[in-house]
Design a binder for this molecule. Structure first.
Ligand code: CDP
Length: 217
């Protein structure tokens, strides 16, 4: 069967990872999470002591000294920063979430990641999730989906994800953080978060069993 490219976009904590992983599993495709790539760059930026909000030039300069790529490990794409696999705990930490949208609005960062994201097409069928996959990264994707959920559902989900929120976080504080990240992501000049014109919209609310019913795509 011909290789397929599936694009899955949507705002923070919308449930797109759950959908994307299931689709990849069903299709026997490779799951690529571009949010992890932005988060890994952000981790490197924080570790280098750079202020991403106010010093985008320093962020772009840092890129020359790092490498970030998906490598196949036992047949599964694993994101590597330089030669080490990227550890989820380190990129899902709340300090990364606070800064990642500032890193992701820098054109030089998006240019740098674009080719790294597109080169994963060589793997075969890919299911790629992010914010600009259907619009910019894989405009010719065979299938495009835009996954959303209500702000309340999204905040509840994020609050339930251990290690992703600061101690003492409340539903209101998490909802505000998500709303701010969505605001920056959808108003930036380059590749803003928005559905592709030909995307199928999916609302991912509480009835997760719906996601597990067989999907013909
Ligand atoms: O998991 P969550 O929904 O919180 O977000 P993520 O998918 O891990 O993405 C983290 C951040 O990376 C987003 O808020 C965007 O700022 C950025 N991002 C982006 O700009 N473009 C992408 N294709 C993917 C992520």
């Amino acid at each position: 069967m011909a290789h397929r490219q599936i694009a899955i976009d949507g705002p923070a904590a919308s449930g797109k990872s759950t959908v994307a992983k299931l689709v990849a599993q069903r299709l026997g495709g490779f799951y690529i999470n571009t949010g992890d790539m932005y988060r890994a760059v952000t981790r490197a930026v924080l570790d280098a002591g750079i202020d991403a909000e106010n010093d985008p030039e320093a962020v772009v300069a840092l890129l020359a000294s790092i490498d970030l790529r998906y490598w196949l490990v036992d047949g599964v794409p694993v994101l590597h920063l330089d030669d080490a696999p990227v550890v989820q705990d380190s990129i899902r930490a709340p300090e990364v979430a606070r800064v990642v949208s500032y890193v992701a609005r820098i054109a030089g960062v998006r240019d740098w990641l674009r080719e790294r994201q597109r080169e994963t097409r060589a793997l075969g069928t890919i299911v790629m999730e992010g914010r600009d996959i259907g619009t910019v990264i894989l405009p010719d994707a065979s299938h495009k989906f835009y996954v959303t959920a209500s702000p309340l559902v999204r905040a509840r989900r994020r609050l339930a994800q251990a290690g992703e929120v600061v101690d003492g976080a409340t539903l209101a504080s998490v909802a505000a953080e998500i709303a701010e990240r969505d605001r920056i992501d959808s108003t930036r000049a380059v590749a803003p978060l928005r559905p592709a014109e030909d995307a199928i919209h999916i609302r991912s609310e509480e009835h997760t069993s719906e996601l597990q019913s067989p999907n013909t795509i």
